[in-house]
Design a protein around this ligand. Structure first.
Ligand SMILES: C[C@H](CCC(=O)NCCS(=O)(=O)O)[C@H]1CC[C@H]2[C@@H]3[C@H](O)C[C@@H]4C[C@H](O)CC[C@]4(C)[C@H]3C[C@H](O)[C@]12C
Length: 324
């Protein structure tokens, strides 16, 4: 399972938890403006916005899990099994395969508004990257400094939803996840009045009682509610350390600890990495399951007018600061 969120303080932040039982050996990857983006069915793009994000690089192609471009537009792919449906080529559409979707949007658009323009012409076509890396059943959150949307390609076609919650998790479809929030409308960071009955003197014996009923399990519907409630009520200072710190605190509210979420193969899903990209500054921060220290890569310290990819392997060893 996975969860993605945004957070807006003075700057704007986008990131996700990547929850899985296996790692792909991903690294923080920067695609400069003159890297040749090759596409299967639409024209290649030689000059474009630069990108930073988490990816594996295969045959010199950056297969992004999540990324942000130099204008701040950001995208993450999250699992959407049994619901995602990709189609045969359509003559009157831009036929883009799911693995090309992040490069296609982020290389060309600077805002969600512009992305919506490309989405109106897109057909997510069922072409895989290779037999070893088949089609992934994903849905996507796309965000800029103002708003978020969710893109789901299902058997009914392409659905684009506005996302005022600023959160995405996994199944079921996004419209259900939003509807489900109705069931939690009574939750509050404040302790509410006793509306149970006037004839009972019910006691406020603890702080936090306004949140009783907030789900804490790792199912996708529960993570959606927990992350939305946490994000929408969270309060943060505006400095970079405070904002990045608060972002990771929100993500950690839906983190998967090893041993709690068994997959079909008997392995356990866990939060392999958590990311937080400053959309305005192009700085990609991450922690990994093994390493809770925040590591950062700044895209603007690279030659963004170059032609070759730069990949920073993840720092996975736990960093402990001994004081004596
Ligand atoms: C599985 C990952 C999403 C994590 C997630 O949502 N987990 C929830 C699991 S579940 O619902 O609870 O079963 C997704 C996110 C990005 C995906 C990767 C990216 O799309 C890049 C390539 C794309 C290739 O087609 C397949 C390999 C791949 C390297 C993908 C593998 C896998 O599908 C990834 C890593």
């Amino acid at each position: 399972m996975c969860t993605s969120i945004t957070l807006y303080t003075k700057d704007h932040y986008f990131g996700r938890n990547l929850d899985l039982d296996v790692t792909y050996g991903e690294s923080v990857t920067i695609t400069p403006r003159n890297f040749l983006f090759k596409f299967q069915k639409v024209p290649d793009i030689q000059n474009h916005y630069s990108l930073i994000g988490m990816a594996i690089v295969v045959d010199n192609y950056p297969l992004y899990f999540d990324a942000t471009n130099e204008k701040g537009l950001s995208m993450a792919g999250l699992n959407f099994p049994e619901n995602a449906c990709f189609f045969l080529e359509k003559a009157d559409k831009d036929n883009v395969s799911p693995y090309e979707f992040i490069p296609w949007i982020l290389s060309q658009c600077k805002s969600v508004k512009e992305a919506k323009g490309l989405l109106a012409k897109i057909n997510l076509v069922n072409i895989n990257f290779s037999d070893e890396l088949p089609l992934s059943p994903l849905h996507w959150m796309i965000s800029d400094q103002l708003q978020s949307i969710v893109v789901e390609s299902t058997k009914n076609g392409l659905n684009v939803y506005d996302n005022p919650a600023g959160v995405l998790a996994n199944n079921p479809a996004f419209d259900f996840q939003m509807f489900n929030l109705n069931n939690y409308r009574r939750l509050s960071p404040k302790v509410s009045e006793n509306t149970f009955s006037k004839s009972l003197d019910l006691n406020v014996y603890s702080r936090g009682m306004g949140g009783i009923g907030l789900p804490g399990d790792l199912s996708s519907t529960s993570r959606f509610v927990k992350a939305a409630f946490t994000r929408l009520n969270s309060v943060s200072g505006t400095s970079e350390p405070e904002s990045v710190g608060q972002f990771f605190h929100i993500l950690k509210s839906v983190e998967q600890q090893k041993g709690l979420c068994e997959a079909e193969n008997g392995e356990y899903e866990y939060t392999i990495y958590s990311s937080c990209c400053n959309m305005d500054k192009g700085i990609y921060y991450y922690t990994t399951y093994e390493n809770s220290q925040i590591t950062a890569v700044d895209m603007h310290k690279e030659d963004l007018d170059g032609t070759v990819l730069t990949a920073y392997p993840l720092v996975n060893e736990q960093q402990i600061r001994f004081m004596n």
